[in-house]
Ligand binder design. Structure first.
Ligand SMILES: Cc1cc2nc3c(=O)[nH]c(=O)nc-3n(C[C@H](O)[C@H](O)[C@H](O)COP(=O)(O)O)c2cc1C
Length: 446
């Protein structure tokens, strides 16, 4: 996607460098448009190197290209980060005496603003009035957060972290979120994806390594994103399409890796508290509840940017309901006929993560198959592995009375070349330890 990153003149401009990098790494075309003042904080060569594009503040360069309108017209999204008090005032007034000002007027794309300033400036009625006017025009805001500001003071005014801004960028580009309100992550309409991504975008920050005394700490400091459980695709506000995954295997993987010193972000799709009890109080594990496949996807994309390895053990619905009913579907309204649910395909989350993988990142998928024989299981696993392009695929057989809700499991681990790396099994914890061994080998080889 085509993103214009407007940068204005505050200390937080240095954090916008990390934001630009995240956006470039996510595969976007990033056009940095700084103000003259912004260049006093971070110079042009930095922006040009990070965005891999020439950078100017002026409407008088590239005149035949009509850059002052073209950038705005072509943009899929305009982000202003940091946005100074001055920038908010100029946006409100529609001042267009530089490239950022003209771009903001020439665009019909969504605009996302990340304010950064001292608390007094943020709370000043002039700034607050400007924010209210911009919001009423549909401008989206991320932050500011409360926290340490330049110098010794702290309070509201600190720019949101680059990862959190990047998450909002993805949400706006996918049209999945408007507004700041978070909702509980259980069941909701697909177009109304909540802010578990924001929790996921906290990523691995603040997690402690908590190796267990009994296991080698060979994964100390390694950041692993794990998904577990099963997604729920809403039909109406009270019903969903789900699957029987309890989350036990994925939670066991998270616990086993944390015991070896890894830091874990666990995307928990509809997992019972009793199952999560193994990890919730572990200081090395951040549990992020997710509901639907769309929500899992957004959270996975948010957290994967900082992960050394990604293990996607959650059972994700391949399809979701095309038109989620706003009200409960009632029998008495159906004229005696059973309703038909039209389904649409969900995005392939794992394939997306493979496409966007950071250099050296290890990607592990899971496949649960109903099969007649072990040979068929491996064959199906190999085909899936070839489709997904992961480094390791853990395949297990499931059925009416195996795989789900039991405390035992057998995982066949297929390597990137299609060979059977190992078969690990026993309790789900034992199977998890075998899988983590194989992941540790892959990480070591990178
Ligand atoms: C060291 C320093 C830090 C500043 N930090 C901020 C800031 O965080 N937020 C803000 O609104 N203004 C800040 N200012 C003031 C702006 O730089 C000033 O209002 C400038 O005119 C903004 O220009 P621009 O919005 O066109 O980039 C800072 C100034 C200095 C010298």
């Amino acid at each position: 996607m085509n993103i214009v990153l407007g940068v204005t003149g505050g200390i937080a401009a240095y954090k916008a460098v990390a934001l630009a990098r995240l956006l470039v790494e996510a595969g976007h075309e990033v056009h940095v448009v700084p103000t003259e003042d912004a260049l006093r904080f971070v110079g042009k060569p930095t922006w040009e190197a990070i965005s891999r594009r020439s950078v100017t503040t002026s409407v008088h360069e590239d005149v035949p290209e009509v850059r002052h309108v073209a950038l705005g017209q072509r943009a899929d999204l305009v982000v202003v980060a940091p946005a100074t008090a001055n920038a908010l005032a100029r946006m409100t007034a529609g001042i267009a005496d530089d490239l950022l000002g003209t771009t903001l007027l020439a665009t019909r794309a969504p605009v996302l603003v990340a304010p950064a300033m001292h608390t007094e400036m943020w709370e000043h009625p002039a700034t607050q009035d400007n924010v209210a006017i911009l919001r009423s025009r549909g401008v989206e805001f991320v932050g500011p957060e409360s926290g340490r500001l330049t110098g010794d003071d702290s309070g509201p005014g600190r720019m949101s972290e680059p990862e959190a801004i990047a998450v909002r960028v993805e949400q706006l580009l996918s049209g999945s979120e408007r507004g700041d309100e978070a909702e509980p992550a259980d069941l909701r309409a697909p177009e109304d994806v909540p802010a578990s991504e924001e929790a996921a975008s906290e990523g691995f920050r603040g997690l402690d390594e908590a190796p267990s005394a009994e296991t080698p700490a060979d994964l100390e400091g390694v950041r692993i994103l794990v998904s577990a459980g099963g997604t729920r695709e809403p039909i109406d506000p009270v019903r969903y399409l789900g699957n029987r995954s309890s989350g036990r295997q994925g939670v066991a993987v998270a616990a086993a890796a944390a015991d070896r010193g890894a830091k874990i972000v666990l995307l928990a799709a509809n997992i019972d508290d009793a199952v999560l009890a193994d990890v919730v109080s572990n200081p090395a594990v951040r549990v992020v509840p997710v509901g639907s496949a769309a929500e899992l996807e957004a959270a996975a994309r948010a957290a994967s940017a900082g992960a050394d390895a990604v293990i996607m053990a959650a059972a994700v619905a391949d399809y979701r309901v095309a038109d989620v009913a706003g009200q409960k579907i009632r029998k008495e309204d159906s004229g005696g006929r059973a309703p038909t649910l039209a389904l649409v395909e969900n995005p392939d989350i794992l394939a997306g993560l493979v496409r966007e993988r950071r250099p050296g990142q290890v990607l592990v998928g899971f496949a649960a198959e109903t099969v007649e024989s072990e040979g068929e299981l491996l064959e199906r696993g190999r085909r899936k592995l070839a489709r997904k392009g992961v480094d390791l695929l853990a395949v297990n057989a499931v059925g009416w009375d195996e795989g789900f809700e039991s405390s035992e499991n057998t995982l066949h681990l297929i390597g990137a070349d299609g060979s059977l790396v190992d078969t690990v099994g026993g309790t789900k914890r034992e199977a998890a330890e075998g899988l983590v061994d194989a992941v540790a080998d892959l990480i070591r080889d990178r």
